[in-house]
Write a protein that binds this ligand. Structure first.
Ligand code: AMP
Ligand code: MG
Length: 410
């Protein structure tokens, strides 16, 4: 059987480096930046007031006290956006709003709270230091400076920076387009009545959600039955929408394992057995005229889920323009014993608690009660996969294990 590491590497090798695209700013949200962004101007672009108040010559206010305020004539108002603010000379001041350009001649702003708020003249009850409440030009970003480097995800803060330096569009690795297709004659769309022997289809919803959480744009095609022609035609029709296709079901040793049957004939998809549990039967390759990557996950829901986390996520990271590492791991103390088949690495669902009895205690992980690959109830609420190495068949409570942290949705 193939090792987990080898299969991770093989799936990753399918993925070519993504091509950058120029996207409108709002559409670039959640994409990975593909360029170095510099600022064409200084920020702020001009000296401006940090407060609502009065632009003054600081020297005028040296004698001001609460008992004997200094009274200054107000030459006018300077609102934010004023293109030609009235100048100030010693002995005069101007009423100024937050963000408004400093008038020439003034060297400080007195907050309105230090004054009587006068309109024609204003009384100021204390001295002010030079530069008070003035935001100097370039105090945030100097013209030409790098504000963002390539390789980071564009979140809310990065959006703000891009807009503030005047960008309307930006070069990014766009969100990969993921197509999800399940197979199985027994499947019924949730919301519709079940007949005998039928089950509600869950994999495509689960994998679509996981791929969306991983920053992808997802097309959930849903599912098709086990007819080879239909499976192949459906896949071919979906390729135009896909940077990667993920299927579930039909890849094991059964007589009706249709994905394996039709894609084996294509010759470009390889089906193997990986030394893990759940998730032994796996397939990967490239199909269609553009050699679109395809990963064929097993049909048991827990197998599909775990296989996605271990094999597909790194590939999606590479498609996004990110470093294709796997999920973060941690060490934790088992709260209950676990077992695992010899020769296969188990990934058991569990709940990781970082500091179970206050800050000092080591993290613990509690294995879910139902660990079979069809028992998907424990997927809800699980935040970690407990890793039991290939040669280990049992671990006692109190033992320390590696756990894979399941991703937090972005
Ligand atoms: P398969 O890999 O197609 O042999 O399916 C293995 C098991 O997973 C069977 O019990 C299927 O009924 C179940 N299964 C396959 N696909 C799905 C799906 N999309 N949703 C829920 N269960 C599924
Ligand atoms: Mg099936």
């Amino acid at each position: 059987m193939k090792s987990v590491e080898q299969h991770v590497a093989d799936v990753l090798a399918l993925i070519a480096d993504p091509q950058p695209t120029e996207l409108d700013l709002l559409r670039a949200h959640g994409s990975v930046l593909a360029e170095t962004v510099t600022s064409p101007v200084s920020l702020p672009g001009f000296d401006n007031s940090a407060m609502d108040g009065y632009a003054v010559c600081a020297a005028d206010l040296e004698p001001a006290t609460a008992d004997s305020p200094v009274r200054l004539p107000v030459v006018g108002d300077i609102p934010a956006g004023d293109p030609s603010p009235a100048a100030v000379r010693p002995g005069l001041c101007a009423r100024i709003m937050t963000g408004a350009p400093m008038p020439s001649g003034a060297d400080a702003v007195v907050p309105v709270e230090w004054t009587d708020g006068g309109v024609a003249t204003v009384a100021v009850d204390r001295p002010v230091r030079v530069g008070n409440a003035v935001r100097p030009a370039g105090g945030d970003v100097v013209e030409g400076a790098v504000v963002l480097r390539p390789g980071g995800r564009i979140g809310a803060g990065e959006m703000g920076v891009l807009a503030a330096v005047g960008r309307r569009s930006v070069s990014v690795y766009p969100r990969p387009r993921v197509v999800v297709l399940s197979t199985g004659e027994e499947l019924v769309e949730p919301g519709r009545p079940l007949g005998p022997g039928q089950i509600w289809e869950s994999n495509s919803f689960m994998i679509a959600a996981a791929a969306r959480d991983a920053g992808c744009e997802v097309h959930r095609h849903g599912f098709v039955g086990d007819d080879p022609r239909t499976v192949l035609d459906t896949l071919e029709g979906l390729l135009v929408r896909a940077d990667i296709v993920i299927t579930t079901g039909g890849v094991s040793m059964g007589a009706y394992d249709v994905v394996k049957e039709v894609l084996t004939r294509e010759g470009t998809v390889e089906f193997t057995q990986v030394a893990m549990q759940p998730g032994k039967p796996q397939g990967f390759g490239a199909i269609g005229p553009d050699r679109t990557p395809i990963v064929t996950l097993p049909g048991n829901p827990v197998s599909a889920f775990v296989s996605f986390q271990i094999f597909v996520l790194p590939a999606l990271r590479r498609l996004r323009g990110l470093d294709p590492r796997g999920l973060p791991t941690a060490r934790a103390v088992l709260t209950a014993p676990v077992t695992s088949p010899k020769g296969r690495r188990s990934y058991l669902r569990g709940v990781l608690e970082e500091s179970p009895h206050g800050r000092e205690a080591a993290p613990t992980v509690s294995p879910a009660l139902r660990q079979d690959s069809h028992q998907l109830s424990a997927l809800a609420g699980a935040n970690a996969l407990i890793v039991v190495p290939e040669e280990t068949t049992e671990l006692a409570a109190g033992g320390t294990v590696d756990v894979v942290r399941l991703p937090d949705p972005a």
